[in-house]
Design a binder for this molecule. Structure first.
Ligand code: FAD
Length: 290
């Protein structure tokens, strides 16, 4: 049965002409699913600040879809960080995915910049103060490498909601149970705002595997085995689509109110999964009512 759910797609800003074509093709392809918002990431250490801001502004202006600009506190003063938020607002972008960001200190440790925000809690409060932004934050079903314990991640997420966050999007994960266990702990800790599962359709297993290792996300043996068989049978794409659609269906059946797709600027699998979940593209809806 088709269930209604909130839908969002994440993209990264282009760094080349070829990358621009890929981004706009992905946005064009996925906007017909009437997402609740699209988001644009902020390169590590603020490296894509202007590109992120421009891409967010163009989507907001041209597609009539709400846009969330990501923002981190890394290597920037409070003033510099908030100036990006105000630049978003000037382009009609009122949603921000507010993050501490990955550290650039020794061993990747996060060290606040001189006159910078101490972390995500400070940033969330400042964004609510400066422009009453709609604030989305991150959440980690599999413990964040900086977390002292599993419960420290839940406590920190609760603190982010207490600081004013409106919703959280999780890091991607491979086992539905990992999300559900985390969500249940958050609810038990008194969190009532939405925690949206971040879903990564696997376009390329080699890359996804590498990315998961870098983010300390456990890789189940059954998944390795599944992709090994799919590769041998030349059915990797079919396996990926079926796997992602089944995961999303399970998440929705277990009460998830939304899905956030990490598209990596490739729209094909996300679109196929949306269709499999019964999300009708807008032009088909219009044809049906004509
Ligand atoms: P936080 O959630 O603030 O902290 C991470 C963990 O550290 C916490 O769970 C907690 O256990 C511990 N911790 C931190 N501060 C405290 C504290 N004061 N007290 C107690 N515990 C604390 N990175 C980018 O560079 N650009 C992006 O656009 C981007 N987008 C992302 C979007 C999503 C949905 C997610 C899940 C991640 C994204 N990231 C992005 C990655 C993110 O920057 C890294 O994971 C970074 O290491 C942590 O940033 P954060 O805001 O999630 O940190």
């Amino acid at each position: 049965m088709t269930r209604p759910f909130d839908l969002s797609f994440e993209f990264f800003p282009p760094k080349s002409l070829d990358g621009s074509f890929r981004l706009w093709n992905a946005v064009e392809t996925l906007q017909v699913f009437s997402p609740d918002f699209m988001s644009i990431t902020y390169g590590a250490g603020g490296s894509t600040r202007d590109l992120t801001c421009s891409a967010a502004g163009v989507i907001a202006k041209n597609y009539g879809v709400p846009v969330a600009g990501h923002l981190t506190c890394v290597d920037a003063t409070k003033e510099e960080t908030l100036s990006v938020a105000l630049a978003y607002a000037a382009k009609g972008v009122r949603r921000i995915v507010a993050l501490r960001g990955d550290g650039t200190g020794p061993n990747g440790a996060f060290v606040p910049a001189k006159d910078g925000f101490a972390g995500s809690l400070d940033l969330i409060r400042a964004l609510k103060d400066v422009g009453d932004f709609d604030v989305t934050v991150s959440a980690y079903p599999n413990r964040h490498p900086d977390a002292a314990s599993d419960s420290a991640d839940v406590d920190h997420l609760k603190a982010k909601f207490d600081a004013g966050a409106d919703r959280a999007i999780t890091q991607f994960f491979f086992e539905t149970e990992e999300f559900l266990r985390f969500r249940d702990k958050c609810v038990a800790a008194g969190i009532t705002k939405p925690i949206v599962p971040g879903v990564m359709p696997i376009e390329n297993w080699g890359k996804a595997r590498k990315f998961a290792k870098a983010c300390a996300i456990p890789i189940p043996a059954w998944l390795e085995e599944g992709f090994r068989h799919a590769k041998a049978a030349d059915t990797e794409r079919l396996f990926s689509t079926a796997l992602c659609a089944e995961t999303c269906d399970d998440l929705l059946a277990e009460g998830a109110t939304g899905l956030h797709f990490y598209t990596l600027n490739d729209p094909t699998l996300s679109a196929d999964v949306c269709r499999a979940l019964g999300r009708t593209p807008r032009h088909l809806e219009l044809r049906a009512t004509a």
